[in-house]
Write a new protein. Structure first.
Length: 87
């Protein structure tokens, strides 16, 4: 669904004046249409980074040797099934 088609919710956010002034300064030079668009873009960026960090943390828990063995096993099974299909 495109952003323009999404149903929007109105929220109220309290910000320190200095943070709002910094956001407004960025807004003047960014090409964003308004504060809402700027905050939407900032929140999307933050959420994407948070997801990436969670994924990286989960990936760091994996054992590379075990993952390689599983990949090779899966590849061998797929190759065997493919060869059986040719025969």
């Amino acid at each position: 669904m495109m952003m323009s088609e999404e149903r929007m919710a109105r929220v109220t956010v309290s910000l320190p004046e200095t943070l709002l002034a910094e956001a407004d300064a960025i807004l003047e030079h960014s090409g964003q249409a308004n504060r809402s668009r700027l905050f939407q873009a900032a929140l999307r960026s933050y959420l994407r980074e948070a997801r990436d960090q969670r994924l990286a943390a989960e990936a760091a828990k994996l054992d590379p040797i075990e993952e390689e063995a599983l990949a090779e096993e899966g590849s061998a099974v797929a190759e065997e099934a493919w060869l059986e299909g040719e025969g």
